[in-house]
Design a protein around this ligand. Sequence first.
Ligand code: URA
Length: 245
Amino acid sequence: MRLDKFICKSTELDKQQALLVLQGKKVSVNGDLIIDPAFQVHDNNKVTLNDQVLVPRPFRYILMHKPAAMICSNVDEVYPSAFNLLTFENEIVNTEFKGSDSIALNSDEFHIAGRLDADTTGLVLITDDGSWTYNITLPNSGCKKVYRVGLSKPFKVELISQFEQGIQLQGEAQLTLPASIKIINSKEVLLTITEGKFHQVKRMFAAIGNRVVSLHRQQIGNIKLDVAVGKWRYLTPLEVNYESN
Ligand code: URA
């Protein structure tokens, strides 16, 4: 992990403040003064700030119910960032697993594992653990994502097999991985996919001549959306450690 990130993960400092303490020659790694923010820190390294040993806090894993008209980016753009909702007022306290509530939730440290479009609602997973994200977002991880899809035209039942066999998306060399469809009503279906290509769900339905008019993610792997719009909670250890295969 980069040294500036390590400092943020072990203190209340943000990235800018971490740079300042580095430039101020206050940080050592294994006894050597280091000022390079990109210096790589390894597990057995002893990092000190003003001679105090730094210990990174445990990773955090969060489930959020993203509303429409919010984006999965760390900064506000045309729409506000969903990270604005990451306040303790919006937290649903999970008695099974409580995160470290005394620690400020500095959105710079977090990223979203599998973004949703601004107009898509539902389950997003937020973490500061890059390797966890890597594992659940790898296309061959088999991690299932379940979407409730509203369509502009009635869905033709005979097209279910196309989703099972793979859909040819515009601009892609390969078919999509097998997906499954459950019909809710003529213009609403539940779609389960294991990949996360750019605008994948909308492009899958566009490829069969239909159009997505509403999209809501309700499940990722074994993690089901169970909080109200705009709310969030920490994941339980069972949810964090779930392996899809
Ligand atoms: N597929 C889409 O097209 N949009 C999303 O937000 C998620 C999956």
